[in-house]
Design a binder for this molecule. Sequence first.
Ligand SMILES: Cc1cc2nc3c(=O)[nH]c(=O)nc-3n(C[C@H](O)[C@H](O)[C@H](O)COP(=O)(O)O)c2cc1C
Ligand code: SF4
Ligand code: SF4
Length: 271
Amino acid sequence: MIKSVAGMYFSPSGEAAKLTKKISKVIKDNIEDISIEEINCDYEDMLGDYSNEFDSETVVVIGVPSASGRLLAPCINSLKKIRGNGAFAVILVTYGNNTYGDSLFEMYNLAEEAGFNVMSAAAFAMDNAIFGSPGIGKPYREDIEKIIEFARVSANKIKRLSGTIIDEMRTKPAPLNIKGSKPHRKPVKIPLHPSTNSLCIGCGKCIEICPMEAIDKNDPSNLDIKKCIACTACINACEQDARGFSGPMYSASKLAYEIFTKKKREPEWFI
Ligand SMILES: Cc1cc2nc3c(=O)[nH]c(=O)nc-3n(C[C@H](O)[C@H](O)[C@H](O)COP(=O)(O)O)c2cc1C
Ligand code: SF4
Ligand code: SF4
């Protein structure tokens, strides 16, 4: 019997959070159809120092971004601190219409190691955190129907398996044939880092949110580029529009990205 749905996301620029919330809600509504009791649906942000324990009566939807075809280091750390204890999981990666590489496969392995029963996995092209919308149409409105379909299909699979009285089947769903290689591709460090402009009022929000403690506590314009992973959390946390990418290397990379990502990538899922 499923009693709750939890949506968890590590989402520096908000796309994985949006997707996780949407999919969690559709799954909750679909499972509630066959449930006698009302099902809770909570959302949790993994960006800070996050850890949690779940149980086999919970469905956990986990959404994270792909970065150069891998997961970001602080996201991996959070995933490693979560215990599934047999909970059903639906895993998602968002990416910026280029490639999601090994990130979904990496997440699948981490989720299984953490004790989740991964029911389904999907990769969706969304806005690019670093280069913005590639101009195909934010946020790929035609994908919304497919996102809902993926959530419904996942909910049906969970309903089938959670309804079974054969415990063996609950603990051993068939493995998902997710694209990716092991060992995973090497992590690539993006040589782009945000800078601060004159609109900065020194509020410190960027300092608080940075998962790498890369911003000087006494001077937000001072960044340790060895620590910064270009996740964009600080840019999105700044309410003054005082942080962003700039400079010739950024402009050239943006141009190359726009040329490279003209063709819209379709949603992909494994179930
Ligand atoms: C450091 C970094 C590297 C990225 N590398 C890629 C990439 O190689 N291919 C791609 O399609 N998108 C890439 N992206 C874009 C993100 O995957 C995409 O914007 C994602 O939706 C961000 O999720 P969020 O909004 O939840 O943070 C990258 C983003 C970041 C921050
Ligand atoms: S969040 Fe923005 S305004 Fe606040 S300290 Fe950081 S850069 Fe400055
Ligand atoms: S300074 Fe770098 S690592 Fe820290 S939040 Fe900003 S982009 Fe992410």
